[in-house]
Ligand binder design. Sequence first.
Ligand code: ADP
Ligand code: MG
Length: 377
Amino acid sequence: MNDTSPDKTARKPRVAVVFGGRSSEHGISCVTAGSVLAAIDREAYDVVPVGIATDGRWVLEADEPARLAIRGADLPEVDADRSPVALMGATTGTDLVVTEPSSVPSVIGEVDVVFPLLHGPWGEDGTLQGMLEMAAVRYVGSGVLASAVGMDKAYMKVVLQAAGLPVTPGVVVTRSEWQQDPVGCRARVKQQGFPSFAKPARAGSSMGISKVHDASELDEALEEAFRHDPKVLVEQSMEGAREVECGVLGTFEGPPETSRPGEVRTGGDHEFYDFEAKYLADQHTEIDIPADLPAETEQELRAMAVRAFEALSCEGLARVDFFVMPDGALVINELNTMPGFTPTSMYPQLWAASGMAYPELVDRLLQLALRRDTGLR
Ligand SMILES: Nc1ncnc2c1ncn2[C@@H]1O[C@H](COP(=O)(O)OP(=O)(O)O)[C@@H](O)[C@H]1O
Ligand SMILES: [Mg+2]
């Protein structure tokens, strides 16, 4: 038999770009995938686009970055009618298998690394990472624990605080506590004081978040947050704070690097950085990169960003978001293990301003992932 298959060690690494997903951030994830597909160096990598439809089905997507661009106000979606695809873990490698109703499942090849471009639950929260660990396939970004802790704002606070990092004080109210003892829940929140912010513990894009100016607004704010998550966090409002974000990126050896920080300034009718201010272009949101901060504040903020990254055992990438208080004190708001990643999103913009262009950033993340085994590390 004439075996013409190329030498296994010589072939290009095959990247499965996984996007879409079951969370409300499906469309944003598709836009990101379009940008990443366009930016991956095809001389260096073979690329397989894998879409997760809103109902959770995995399909083999078309390698057409342009289809995934935003058209007007319409966000793209994974095409659920395409061929179903499954990732089959095996001791000898991890294959992507395509199944069509009328034919024998066909193997389209081994996957060397997965780039999970998913935001929110079922993707950014350790669930996909756990599946990839079980299948022994390498992947970009944080592992199971860091992803899960990063998704849950209440646990994130516990971990950051234990590492000696300043966080916003907050109390957790679960739906069952609220149903069984609303008087007790109200008292706990009142004791912390107003104004405060009620937020779903595991959401993103400011969904379900409201500012609670006084006790009269609490019930409605809790109900709104419970629509997204049975676990809600009520935090003290950091009045008068500036919002400054910092990119953290893994290196091949030693501690991760940080980008210059960037500031988000919300204006117009927006009392805080809400969903509209984040995604609707005409909402008076301004981004300053680098943020106008005294040099020593920037230095302190970047050092804290690394400490937060390490406190959660993050890998690959994260964006650490701070409140800079009127007296210059720094407080960590949150850490995102899969920050917005379109070329115009904050994280890639922070790196662009720090000298790293988008395609180079994508390549760094893939190379970091390829060099890291799954399992305990
Ligand atoms: N404790 C707080 N004090 C002041 N503003 C807050 C507070 N918590 C949230 N916010 C505002 O709400 C926005 C979204 O909250 P955040 O916790 O970052 O959730 P998300 O994961 O949805 O981005 C923040 O960017 C900020 O504008
Ligand atoms: Mg945020």
